[in-house]
Design a protein around this ligand. Structure first.
Ligand code: TXA
Ligand code: MG
Length: 341
């Protein structure tokens, strides 16, 4: 299969492919998604095949607006409308009771469904023209860093999908925040583009699922099935170094082998001159770090580095999402840079 590279003025072609049960990678504000008609079980099934994704890992349905909720959900709790009013369109995914019409393949057999309204003009125009919820996971091969450009999508998916709709670079850069509203208190299943602090400011108590902060033990099942898999992994093994940035940089410097790569905040880049480095923005700028983290992880795959050391943001704001993606890329191989060498 040849993958078509479509520009936003070729929306009609993208809609035609979706109507035929095809797979089209689409830009969203978070990361690129691999879209199929969410009402067509055969099309949704092709997503799992193209990504090499386990069947029990459910997909997010992408809606045009909160008015579409009754098309996919059973009971809609008041908090869902409050949160949608505040954060949609945007990087917040809500887990709600599943409606009867949603194909089981989309929800991996669960009785809940994940939904969000993306905040990207191309994604919104496509959903509107298609007239159906679009099922879309991130458009990477399963286990790989999520794609934030059309080129990233093609790196993983060329020849496996019908088309990529090129909308440029994603402005948020990490996936949506996932909030489960079917439990009390609501539970954060994945940190993402909407910070936890903002959710708490709107609805009060929000619990944080264990899978956000630590690896799952054998046999343990997180509420977001996707959180159990090693994810976001570049080819070389990653070690995350936590703690004050000066201490973390010193810790890494003391251990660098000539073939190592480093993920570093801008302020400390000069210290690693001569090594393969990827900068992710200022230590103060969590938005920039989010925009650049997946590109940094992917970039090392084009170099001969044999190991990767990563400085890591503190866990507030978007830093919680960046730190979570780095920790998962490292398989939770995390050390404390403030510990004595
Ligand atoms: O920003 C995003 O959310 C992107 C863009 C394309 O919208 N999509 C995305 O999809 O990240 P994906 O499939 O890569 O991640 C979805 C996560 C998985 O961890 C999955 O297990 C979880 O959402 N999920 C989906 N439905 C769920 C449900 N009913 N209950 C709990 N977790 C669910
Ligand atoms: Mg994904």
């Amino acid at each position: 299969m040849e993958t078509e590279h479509l520009t936003p003025d070729q929306l009609d072609r993208a809609v035609e492919l979706l109507r035929r049960g095809g797979l089209v990678a689409i830009p969203t504000e978070t990361v690129y998604g691999l879209a199929a008609d969410g009402t067509n079980p055969a099309a949704a099934a092709r997503i799992f095949e193209a990504k090499g994704r386990p069947q029990d890992n459910p997909l997010i349905l992408h809606l045009l607006s909160v008015d579409w909720l009754p098309r996919c959900c059973g009971e809609i709790p008041p908090a869902a409308r409050t949160l949608a009013g505040r954060f949609w369109p945007g990087s917040l995914t809500l887990v709600l009771p599943k409606g009867n019409h949603v194909p089981d393949v989309v929800t991996g057999g669960l009785d809940t469904v994940a939904v969000r309204c993306p905040d990207h003009p191309v994604a919104r125009a496509l959903i509107e023209a298609a007239g159906v919820p679009l099922a879309a996971p991130s458009a990477n091969r399963s286990g790989r860093p999520s794609p934030t450009t059309a080129a990233h999508v093609l790196e993983d998916m060329a020849g496996r999908i019908d088309a990529v709709l090129d909308g440029g670079s994603c402005t948020v850069g990490v996936e949506s925040t996932i909030l489960d509203l079917t439990v009390s208190p609501p539970r954060l299943l994945r940190p993402g583009g909407v910070p936890l602090e903002e959710l708490r400011a709107v609805i009060g108590a929000v619990a944080v699922d264990d899978a956000v902060l630590r690896p799952m033990a054998a046999g343990e099942r997180p509420r977001a099935p996707g959180m159990q898999y090693r994810h976001y992994a570049p080819k070389a093994p990653v070690t995350v170094v936590r703690g004050a940035p000066d201490a973390a940089a010193a810790y890494i410097e003391a251990r660098l082998s000539p073939s190592a790569g480093v993920i570093v905040f801008d302020e400390w880049a000069a210290r690693f001159a001569g090594y393969a480095t990827q900068t992710i923005g200022s230590v103060e700028d969590d938005r920039e770090q989010a925009r650049r983290i997946f590109d940094a992880l992917r970039a090392f795959d084009h170099t001969p580095v044999t190991e990767i050391w990563a400085m890591c943001p503190a866990g507030d704001g978007l830093g919680l999402a960046v730190s979570n993606r780095l920790s998962k890329a490292a398989g939770f191989h995390i050390v404390d840079g403030e510990e004595e060498p």
